[in-house]
Design a protein around this ligand. Sequence first.
Ligand SMILES: [Zn+2]
Length: 264
Amino acid sequence: MNRCPICAMEYEPNTIEQCSNCGFDVNWKVKREQERIKQDQQEIADMTKIIERQNQDESTLVSAYKFRIRAYRNLQQYHEVIADYSKIIEITNNIFHRLDRIHFCEKVGRYEEAIADYTIIIENLSPNSTIRNYYSYFYGRAYNYEKLGRYDEAIADYAKAIKIESKYALAHNRRGIVYYKLGDYQEAINNYINTTEIVPQYAPAYFNRGCAYDKMIKYHEAIANYTKAIEIDPLCRGYLLSKTILCDIILKDNQEVLDLLDDL
Ligand SMILES: [Zn+2]
């Protein structure tokens, strides 16, 4: 049963337009959503007309694409968003529109294209560019290599990011995760240690370290690291569960397990 938000009268979902008690339009949210979709579809139709007009000047064309992108984005039509960014890039050759396109390529799993865009950005921007930190492009490309399971290339790019900015904690942590996926648990741990040396309160790195020790059958070290992660982030169920499972199955530490179950 639903309730009228004004007078709280109960009604069967999808059976009424207005509350029979107070007359409130109970479907206003649905209607507003439908209205928004209609507006976006209209925007796409209008912008398409402008785009298809002959001899359009470039700035009008780019604006029309940008408005159409916004509508496609609202409608979650991401492949169309990517296609329109491609048109804008063709017209303007502006490197930063590639970053916009990357965002949507990553969303729909078009990782190869994201990598190609990052490569062009890396090759064309000066390392001294102040618009965004140059090392973040290597981090971004590495992330896409990782998604494709191209772990060696991912590690190489994380290393490049770290070479430029040695205190890049996230890159150390992610490189650790890639080593972990490759089964090189000791190298993974080294990277997680680098991470927490830079940001001591970064709980995921302790958790990741715990997972690596777990794989190495070093259960006491694993539990110590899970414990540290839980100290920092006591509400994370993943941390609590991992520690509980280890204490229960491996160490047969019943009191610790009971205490942990209390927290879960
Ligand atoms: Zn009502």
